[in-house]
Design a binder for this molecule. Sequence first.
Ligand SMILES: CC(C)(COP(=O)(O)OP(=O)(O)OC[C@H]1O[C@@H](n2cnc3c(N)ncnc32)[C@H](O)[C@@H]1OP(=O)(O)O)[C@@H](O)C(=O)NCCC(=O)NCCS
Length: 151
Amino acid sequence: MTADNRPSLLSVRPLTIEDAEAVVSLSTQLGYPSDAETMRGRIHQLAKSRDRIAFVAVFENAVVGWADASIERHLQSPEVVELGGLVVQEGHRGLGIGRRLCEAVEEWALQQQIPRVRVRSQIKRQDAHRFYLRDGYVHIKTSEVFEKRLD
Ligand SMILES: CC(C)(COP(=O)(O)OP(=O)(O)OC[C@H]1O[C@@H](n2cnc3c(N)ncnc32)[C@H](O)[C@@H]1OP(=O)(O)O)[C@@H](O)C(=O)NCCC(=O)NCCS
């Protein structure tokens, strides 16, 4: 049985500031360690933007996953909702929780009148690629990422 079949135990809701510590713990599993105070600041910024959204998955009263997304607007292409982060707690993977989080982002995208969701995923995350492909996402390109430090 998957978590999907047990809706009373699994729910997906918008992220709140009270979720900061759980989000930090999950972010560390994603490879991005942080701390609660920093996370509270980020959640505060996110809440101020109409172009951003984040959801948490709650399973048996514990936060076990999160997803965040934002509307990307560029001159050269139509608006797209970009799934910026997605993680499900180790030990709870393969239960349909990631799928439920993606559905929440996809529903939000449609509410914004944007019928397209994109995700950039590191080459090394082969398991996640399998997840996205199984979930209806199509591989459209491979990019190199460049960054310039200004400090
Ligand atoms: C990718 C991830 C979010 C998927 O969430 P999930 O709740 O495990 O996914 P679901 O249960 O909805 O779907 C299961 C599918 O995801 C894939 N999958 C990826 N990693 C998996 C894992 N560790 N365990 C089980 N399934 C996994 C499989 O394709 C699986 O389908 P299958 O059982 O038919 O092979 C989750 O595995 C995770 O947090 N991974 C580490 C962080 C990460 O890579 N995030 C994505 C960044 S782009």
